[in-house]
Design a protein around this ligand. Structure first.
Ligand SMILES: C=C(OP(=O)(O)O)C(=O)O
Ligand SMILES: [Mg+2]
Length: 570
């Protein structure tokens, strides 16, 4: 009997294969009193050493088979493994309570996991997953059991699991693993991100796949719709085989656009760029035909560690991105920390409204030494490619001028000490605060370019938290208030002969592209996987026709009206 299970669409496409249940061994432990605490502590050390060796092997496998960013997950695990804040208390507990290593490890790790998960912060939640994953590995070694390894699978399968740990996911060989379904997890969990990187269809958060799917059952994973079909009827199977064929055909057609320029039907050219968070992300942007980097979120270089990255570490990262981009325009955004992105080692005072607090450029101007380190690293890297720098969260002209003055001061100092620096670095700003959009005419005289950050611009225009799902009716890219601000920014830039780009999620939204093209946006920056679709979309649109409709769009009175007008006539 055909059964359908709904879940969260984590990675697009259709997979059809036999189910393989990935079950993790029972790692239940009991509290036992030990007489020799030192011997117990030594037993823990041996399990940690064995885990370290295993993790190093997996990390090597990941960096060879996948990319450095996947390998980084295991570097994070190795850091957890060596973290005295985790291991120290485990050993203390073994000694002070005379208990077995398994129990001490479980108790301590549970405490950290609960603490991290209670924080309303995506980043800390991921750290909780890392601690859980590392704990399991050490426990397996303590208990002498083997963790099942997906790398051993050698037939076409769909993996069904309660959850896939990052170490499971990284072992998935797309040659055999057609897709996967998990009971828990969301779109931003490690397993979902890796599925998209591997381009394996995946459904996460299905809740009941493990309870309903038996080993060897035929399974269809519709990763686009977030649906799993178990033991499909003949008719369903045929329908999905056809869907799978169409999906592959569509992707194949899109890859033909990789080396194309981005032009509308009537010949207007725009630039399609990629958003990245680390040098490892550049490869995907290039594979998908990105013509530049429109946003490098450098804060990720500062996160996931316990101290600031040094000037040299940053220099290497910027140089790597610029070299990989081989002369294509590369916009690096200076540190945008604060709000939901925290740096534990910065010890910022708690704020009642962090999104309205000391974040991004405000923080950099307050902590000038930290800002100068980043600017020096960028200046030194500038000779390795086509670097543009932008400042986040600019609210006033004074802030832009102050940031620019610090930049020029560092530039001069480096030049005086004989360090080669490019003379062509453009300095721009994010427009993500309504005050900046409203004053765009004045900013446009002083900046080299604008990049509109709609993720924040929408939240600050509508006073609606971008992460609060209950406010999604207000968080509307198509709200005429937001569209009018965007239009003001683009027009102001063009009046001064400057470029206007966009790096918020809206730039890659297929429904928004006709309006943005019509308003004259010069550069659209988005996640790598959206680039080719956007290129195809633009190729089918006439810039002149879109432009003729903008006045009407801006005269509409609600986001819903704009959306339905776009659906019907753009
Ligand atoms: C691109 C943006 O920046 P972030 O999402 O990093 O705040 C934005 O605000 O639109
Ligand atoms: Mg922003």
């Amino acid at each position: 009997m055909e059964q359908r299970i709904k879940g969260i669409a984590a990675s697009g496409g259709i997979a059809i294969a036999k189910a393989f249940r990935l079950e993790h061994p029972d790692l239940q432990t009991e509290k036992v009193t030990v007489s020799d605490a030192e011997a117990e502590s030594a037993r823990l050390d041996r399990a940690i050493a064995a885990s370290r060796e295993e993790l190093q092997t997996i990390r090597k496998h990941a960096s060879e088979q996948l990319s450095e960013s996947e390998a980084d997950i295991f570097s994070a695990h190795l850091l957890v493994l060596d973290d005295p804040e985790l291991i120290g208390p485990v050993k203390d507990m073994i000694r002070s309570e005379q208990v077995n290593a398994e129990h001490a490890l479980n108790e301590t790790a549970d405490g950290f996991v609960a603490l991290f998960e209670s924080m309303d912060n995506e980043y800390m939640k991921e750290r909780a997953a890392d601690v859980r994953d590392v704990t399991k590995r050490i426990l397996a070694h303590l208990l002498g059991v083997t963790l099942q390894s997906p790398a051993m699978i050698r037939e076409q399968t769909v993996i069904i699991a309660e959850d896939l740990t990052p170490s499971d996911t990284v072992q998935l060989n797309p040659e055999y693993i057609q897709g996967f379904v998990t009971d828990i997890g969301g779109r931003t969990s490690h397993s979902a991100i890796l599925a998209r990187t591997l381009e394996i269809p995946a459904v996460v958060g299905s809740r009941s796949a493990m309870a309903q799917v038996e080993n060897g059952a035929t399974v269809i994973v519709d990763g686009t719709a977030g649906e799993v079909i178990v033991s499909p009827s003949h008719a369903t199977l045929e329908a999905y085989e056809e869907k799978r064929r169409l999906y592959a055909e569509e992707r194949e057609q899109l890859t033909q656009l990789v080396h194309e320029q981005t032009r509308s039907k009537d010949g207007h050219q725009v630039e399609l760029a990629g958003n990245i968070g680390s040098p490892a992300d550049v490869a995907k942007v290039l594979e998908n035909g990105g013509e530049g980097i429109g946003l490098f979120r450098t804060e990720f270089l500062y996160m996931g560690r316990d101290q600031f990255p040094t000037e040299d570490e940053q220099f290497e990262a910027y140089k790597s991105v610029l070299e990989q981009m081989g002369g294509r325009p590369t916009i690096v955004r200076t540190l945008d920390i604060g709000g939901d992105k925290e740096l534990p080692y910065l010890n910022l005072p708690e704020e009642a409204n962090p999104f309205l607090g000391i974040r991004a450029i405000r923080l950099c101007l307050a902590e000038e030494d930290m800002f100068r380190v980043q600017l020096r690293a960028l200046l030194r890297a500038s000779v390795h490619g086509h670097l543009k720098i932008m400042f986040p969260m600019i609210a006033t002209l004074d802030e832009f001028r102050r940031a620019k003055a610090v930049f020029l001061d560092e530039k001069e100092k480096l030049e005086q000490s004989g360090v080669p620096v490019s003379d062509k670095i453009e300095l721009g700003m994010m427009v993500e605060i309504p005050s900046a959009a409203l004053m765009a005419d004045q900013f446009a005289k002083e900046v080299d370019f604008f990049s509109i950050g709609t993720n924040d611009l929408i939240q600050y225009t509508m006073a609606a938290d971008r992460m609060n799902e209950q406010l999604s009716y207000l968080y509307q890219p198509f709200s005429p208030a937001v569209l009018r601000l965007i239009k003001m920014v683009i027009d102001a830039a063009h009046r001064e002969g400057k470029h206007a780009g966009m790096c918020g999620e809206m730039a890659g939204d297929e429904a928004a592209i006709p309006v943005l093209l019509g308003m004259g946006l010069d550069e659209f920056s988005m996640s790598a996987s959206s680039i080719l679709k956007a290129r195809a979309k633009i190729a089918g649109l006439s810039k002149a026709e879109m432009e003729a409709k903008i006045d009407h769009v801006l005269s509409l009175s609600s986001g819903e009206e704009v959306r339905s007008y776009i659906e019907q006539s753009l």
